[in-house]
Design a protein around this ligand. Sequence first.
Ligand code: HEC
Ligand code: HEC
Ligand code: HEC
Ligand code: HEC
Ligand code: HEC
Length: 285
Amino acid sequence: MKLFYSILILVSITFLMSCSKLVEPPPPSAPELSVHKTGILDKNSPNFHGKLVMSLNWSMKTCQRCHSTDYSGGITDVNCNSCHTEQNGPEACNTCHGNFNDPTMIAPPRDVNGNTSTSSLSVGAHTRHLYENELGSEIYCSDCHKVPQNYMDAGHIDSNLPAEVIFNGLAVDNIATNAAYDHSTGTCSNTYCHGNFEFLKDSSDYQFMYTADKMVGNNFSVIFNKVDDTQAECGSCHGLPPEGHIESALSNCGSVGCHVGIVDASGKIIDQEKHINGIKNVRGN
Ligand code: HEC
Ligand code: HEC
Ligand code: HEC
Ligand code: HEC
Ligand code: HEC
């Protein structure tokens, strides 16, 4: 028994000695050299690397000189793509605007300065148009912007803020070729979607529905950062029914067979694909 205890103590001592070897301080090494200022990884620091990119007018060409053109590290040990895990690394469309954690959401909220409030012009009604649109067909970035395929494409970051709003597609359909956006007031005017349209009696299969030689919308001007439900009310973009259309109660629009399947008896749009799609949909078409 004594022998057993002696062996146990001996083993324990050897074990503890080897442990104390492990906690010995490492040999002195060369002092760490840092290219960047302290705070390069701290979102709240003025030296945060995102702010560094912003100060270079959002160009990452300088970063690529050391971190390599594909951002994988280059002459440094720092691989940008280890944190920026989307395709194209830091050049992914949701890096600078949209949701940093969701590559399918690339538009503000979260503008390029980090604002998320709808009262900010750069955030405004993006969510309403893109993700909460229950009123009409799908709206694309390209209806309101020239969309870059790659972040270095001409017309993207090579210009100063504010972002360019260039109407296209559905926004300029029908007679709305003069659709325009005024940054100073945040106003979109003359867009097809908000009622800058004319449908001519002459070219209609349903001429008996006309009280004039054309049906026209209200050509409503809207303010992008006034997101309070008042600007997309039923009757704001066109009358109920529109000017030039024979009288009809809202409850009849869908129920008497004309716009059936598009609007229900309570005036609710039930087929978004057929409303605000550039076509006046009648009788199931
Ligand atoms: C340790 C992780 C990490 C590394 C490494 C990293 N980033 Fe970032 N980067 C982030 C985070 C986190 C954000 C901020 C996300 C947010 O706004 O919530 C960010 C934001 C950015 C932004 C957007 C700035 C803004 O304010 O909108 C750019 C551009 C960027 N990084 C480029 C780079 C480049 C280029 C490299 C490599 C040279 C790099 N990052 C390396 C984590 C990293
Ligand atoms: C002159 C070369 C050089 C340039 C240019 C450069 N970096 Fe770096 N970067 C380094 C080196 C070296 C390190 C690692 C040592 C350090 O942290 O300074 C590094 C580290 C980093 C880190 C990680 C810091 C950490 O502590 O892990 C980030 C993020 C980063 N750089 C972003 C950028 C961005 C964004 C740009 C462009 C605006 C850029 N770098 C331009 C050399 C460079
Ligand atoms: C209905 C029109 C409309 C649609 C659709 C739209 N935008 Fe915008 N966008 C605007 C307006 C208006 C502004 C504000 C311009 C200003 O600052 O005056 C803006 C600003 C922006 C900005 C600049 C933010 C900043 O920081 O200043 C970005 C980025 C942007 N949009 C991206 C997108 C993307 C990506 C999509 C599609 C996913 C999209 N937008 C769809 C109208 C639209
Ligand atoms: C490194 C940051 C960064 C990345 C990455 C980025 N953007 Fe942008 N984006 C900006 C800035 C800054 C603006 C505002 C530019 C201006 O003043 O016109 C902007 C504006 C926009 C706009 C509004 C129209 C315009 O050009 O002003 C759209 C649309 C847009 N970006 C789409 C994209 C798409 C699509 C991608 C991915 C292919 C992308 N962005 C990647 C920084 C970025
Ligand atoms: C944002 C503007 C806007 C608002 C708000 C709006 N409409 Fe429309 N509406 C249009 C446009 C533009 C057309 C022209 C045809 C098209 O492109 O669908 C249209 C057409 C219609 C039509 C004809 C069928 C068709 O082709 O879509 C009906 C019916 C209709 N609207 C009912 C309504 C009702 C009911 C409401 C309220 C719930 C409403 N609209 C609110 C823009 C609007």
